[in-house]
Design a protein around this ligand. Structure first.
Ligand SMILES: Nc1ncnc2c1ncn2[C@@H]1O[C@H](COP(=O)(O)OP(=O)(O)OP(=O)(O)O)[C@@H](O)[C@H]1O
Ligand SMILES: [Mg+2]
Length: 578
């Protein structure tokens, strides 16, 4: 139950644990002094030996011991606080920096809700491990030895019997440890599973309401909550039962000590003072161990949490590129690229593409054919691909994430806006930008009038920009992307949730951008890709054809059929409107 790895991870907490043990030990010493002076006075009373001096000495000793105990109690809780503080800080820092190192592809390895629970609740659980359990572990060994040393001067048999009984408590602890460990690991799995469902349902609550599926999800969650309740009750029962057993051992041991000391007194082997002192101190032999036993359960919980924390910290990191690539060529090449999310289903079946620097390339194809998958591979989110993806001569996996993010900007159909002001969100694109630059970007996406009528750059956005319309969100995200000013842009259905006029504005902007940037445009609407330098037509993870709009039209194959169908539809709706 001493997790060396955990302790070495937060080595600065060692001094606080040591400080805590010293304070507790000093508290015990003052307690012994106090008991000794009180029992001495009592025995003086029985033996008619009370003098003014005796009373004064007892009083002074008792008050001094009380003051020292009080100071020690404050000192030990202060140490507890300091070690908890350093543990929380250190572990959360570790988790955070690990996630940063894993980077954009973290979703491949761990679920968001698990990260949240481990970083919040999991770390909190370890607070008790460092703040209470660890110091108690050492103190619980030191205290009986100290009491043994004191008592052996009064009655060796008593001291020996009490000392022998103390280890029975840790023996009980060890006996239940294996069982408890299994139970707690199950408890944690169910806890994170419940948290996962809760987070998902909360995020999708509006959708659930729309489809009146909230009741069904409610039942599902109730079932999960019921399972969690059952396992929680099992854990509590296990804890209560073991505490009862430990109590029995502690009180029976103390009673045994008391009986022996009384017997010794009757046989005249010890004085009344000695007998009284043993009676009062017997329980103290067991209290620290018994306390350790109750902290043990919380510590076990912490141990289970620490397993989860270490699982996160030990997650395989994508190899940090050995040589620091600081410059990458903007020519992108995919060569025989294969990719699968799950082993049993390949999504991309060996595709080769080329996106030369400052070219305007489009990828089209029906839904689910793998267009976004290509985009996320290029953004470094899916690293386990086959074949090769190169920027110039450098393989994508050899490019540090930071460099990649500086060079490629991805704009999906559902860009994330953060709670805060418009300025905050825009500055993410270019932290050094001044207000003129921000307005310029807003102008380009034709959002400046709206923002000006609100509160300017200080307009507050709610979480995910929920107080803006879908189109406004997208324009703002686009302004942020323009500010990022990277050499490569990937637009993945970036205009799919805006009206046709805004779409045309944005497409115009993308076309302008394509003059001096490498632009990859993924779009369902073929009218948008007509002017691309090259169009790749994807079908079920294969490239079926590629070329310019004219070349593809000439072939009169799949692309052409799709194009004419869309044109017919658009002309038809156009006429309808007219
Ligand atoms: N995270 C994922 N895990 C497992 N399978 C996935 C995942 N994301 C996508 N897929 C699968 O990969 C295939 C390609 O998905 P992708 O998102 O690349 O399609 P797409 O061409 O962008 O489609 P759309 O035009 O609808 O956006 C789909 O069949 C989808 O089921
Ligand atoms: Mg897609």
């Amino acid at each position: 139950m001493i997790n060396k790895r955990l302790i070495s991870q937060v080595s600065e907490s060692k001094k606080y644990v040591a400080g805590n043990v010293i304070f507790q030990w000093a508290g015990l010493a003052s307690n012994i002094t106090m008991m000794a002076s009180i029992t001495k006075l009592l025995s003086d009373v029985f033996e008619n030996n009370v003098t003014k001096e005796n009373v004064t000495t007892a009083l002074i000793a008792t008050v001094t011991a009380l003051v020292v105990r009080f100071i020690c109690a404050i000192g030990s809780s202060k140490m507890s606080y300091l070690s908890s503080k350093s543990v929380k800080l250190k572990l959360r820092e570790l988790i955070y920096s690990k996630l940063l190192r894993i980077g954009a592809s973290y979703n491949e390895k761990v679920q968001t809700s698990e990260v949240i629970q481990v970083a919040v609740e999991g770390v909190d659980q370890l607070e008790t491990y460092f703040g209470a359990y660890l110091p108690q572990f050492f103190y619980a060994m030191l205290a009986p030895l100290t009491l043994f040393a004191v008592m052996s001067f009064i009655s060796l048999p008593c001291a020996v019997v009490l000392l022998i009984c103390v280890p029975l408590i840790p023996v009980t602890i060890v006996a239940i440890q294996r069982w408890a460990k299994k139970l707690l690991s199950k408890y944690w799995s169910q806890y994170t599973a419940l948290g996962d469902t809760f987070l998902e349902n909360l995020q999708g609550l509006t959708t659930l309401k729309i489809y009146s599926a909230d009741e069904y999800k409610n039942e599902q969650m109730n079932e999960q909550a019921e399972k969690f309740r059952k396992i929680t009750m099992k854990v509590l029962t296990m804890q209560l039962n073991s505490i009862t057993i430990m109590d029995l051992i502690a009180y029976a041991g103390a009673a045994l000590g008391i009986i022996i000391s009384v017997a010794q007194f009757r046989h005249g082997n010890i004085s009344l003072w000695g007998c009284l002192l043993i009676i009062l101190l017997s329980a103290d032999f067991f209290i620290p161990m018994r306390q350790l036993g109750s902290f043990f359960h919380i510590a076990m919980n912490g141990m289970a949490a620490s397993d989860k924390i270490f699982r996160l910290i030990d997650l395989e990191e994508n190899e940090t590129p050995s040589e620091k690539v600081s410059f990458i060529s903007k020519d992108i090449k995919l060569n025989n690229l294969t990719f699968s999310y799950t082993e049993d289903r390949e999504i991309l079946h060996g595709i080769s593409m080329s996106f030369p620097e400052k070219s305007f390339t489009a990828i089209v194809g029906e839904s689910g054919c793998g267009k976004s998958t290509i985009a996320s591979i290029l953004m470094g989110r899916n690293k386990k691909y086959g074949g090769s993806v190169t920027l110039g001569n450098t393989e994508l996996t050899d490019i540090p994430e930071e460099i990649l993010m500086k060079n490629i900007t991805y704009i999906g159909h559902n860009s994330y806006l953060f709670k805060g002001t418009v300025r905050d969100n825009l500055l993410m694109g270019k932290p050094s930008a001044n207000d003129d630059e921000l307005w310029d970007a807003l102008e380009k996406v034709k959002l400046s009038d709206f923002i000006r009528n609100e509160n300017g750059l200080d307009t507050e956005l709610k979480e995910k920009g929920s107080n803006l319309s879908g189109g406004q969100c997208q324009r703002l995200a686009l302004a942020r992307a323009i500010l990022h000013d990277s050499p490569i842009y990937i637009f993945d259905e970036a205009t799919s949730n805006i009206d046709v006029e805004s779409e045309n504005d944005i497409m115009e902007l993308i076309h302008t951008l394509a003059k001096n940037k490498t632009v990859i445009l993924i779009s369902h609407r073929l009218a948008n890709v007509k002017n691309a330098d090259n169009i790749y037509v994807l079908d079920k993870g294969n490239i079926t054809e590629s070329g310019t709009h004219d070349e593809l039209s000439e072939k009169q194959s799949y692309y052409y059929k799709l194009w004419t169908a869309q044109q017919k539809l658009e002309n038809y709706t156009g006429k309808e409107k007219a």
